[in-house]
Design a protein around this ligand. Structure first.
Ligand code: AMP
Ligand code: FE
Ligand code: FE
Ligand code: ZN
Length: 281
């Protein structure tokens, strides 16, 4: 069984519609795929229909952007939560709204130095999608400022850039609690991805574990080999699940579907733990 539990569609910053992601998952030979758009479950219905048509099992999921009190960015994957849970919905709606204002502020700053307008950015965003820096990157590519998203992220759009603006994001432990309350299975995404910025220390792991963290995404291209060793030790000490996934974004990132996989026993445990909604087969 080939199981990939982390993929994005154009409901957030992936480049393909949810149905196309399901078709791509089948073409890549996957048996199970999770759709984990940033701060949104709007792609679930379309993905569910396409998953059945393409003969892949769909794990409805989401990736929640969080920030610690120390200002460190944390991504939390949620699997099989109830998408209508009021507390969780309130948090992601707040974050999604804040992302809009934040993108407008970044574009205003960028427009002082680059040929970029708000319309240029919106052109790359599917209606209702969760807005992020990747969409601003797309507009910079179209304007010929950078050659691809990756170049934008190593230069103009890093978190150290003078054009970077933060947006509201819940603390990781709160997000873990809400995912559990919604019947979901919370898994810490790419926890040691140091290329994305500062990574969390022991205190944040402890807070997330105390709040009900279920697993760690160990096998991910952005985690260093020594970081993965550290995570395996942590998982063993605290009885956490270990997952592996691609973090596919279509043509928006080099990550290919199935490049990292999750073990069937772990998937079975996630399915068992998740009570907010069911795997679509
Ligand atoms: P934001 O959440 O708007 O701050 O943007 C962060 C998002 O940008 C993450 O979810 C990543 O998927 C994406 N991202 C980060 N680094 C890169 C990169 N080097 N190339 C393409 N996308 C990236
Ligand atoms: Fe993303
Ligand atoms: Fe992420
Ligand atoms: Zn992701």
């Amino acid at each position: 069984m080939k199981i990939d539990l982390h993929a994005h569609s154009n409901v957030s910053d992936g480049t393909e519609a949810p149905a196309a992601v399901m078709a791509a998952a089948a073409a890549a030979g996957l048996d199970v795929i999770a759709l984990t758009d940033h701060d949104s479950t709007d792609g679930w219905a379309e993905a569910a229909r396409a998953a059945v048509d393409n003969g892949v099992a769909l794990v409805p999921g989401m990736e929640i952007s969080c920030r610690t009190a120390q200002g460190i960015s944390v991504h939390l994957l949620s699997y099989l939560h109830d998408p209508a849970h009021a507390g969780l919905l309130e948090e992601i709606t707040k974050a999604k709204d804040a992302r809009l204002t934040r993108a407008e502020r970044m574009v205003t700053l960028l427009a002082e130095d680059y040929p970029l307008s708000w319309d240029d950015v919106i052109h790359h965003v599917a209606p209702g999608a969760t807005l992020g820096r990747p969409h601003i990157a797309d507009a910079l590519v179209a304007a010929g400022v950078v050659s691809d998203r990756s170049e934008a992220f190593t230069s103009i759009l890093t978190s150290h850039s003078r054009y970077f603006v933060q947006h509201y994001a819940p603390e990781p432990a709160l997000a873990v609690e809400l995912v559990r309350a919604a019947g979901g299975v919370p898994v810490f995404a790419h926890p040691v991805a140091s290329s994305r910025g500062r990574v969390v220390g022991e205190r944040t792991y402890r807070e997330m574990i105390d709040a009900g963290l279920a697993g760690l995404e160990v096998d991910h291209r952005d985690n260093s080999e020594e970081g993965r060793e550290f995570l395996r030790g942590l998982a063993a000490r605290h009885g956490l699940l270990i997952t592996g996934s691609s973090d596919y974004h279509g043509t928006g990132k080099p990550n290919r579907l199935g490049e990292y996989l999750t073990a069937p026993e772990v998937f079975a445990q996630i399915e068992e733990l998740g009570t907010g909604t069911a795997v679509i087969r």
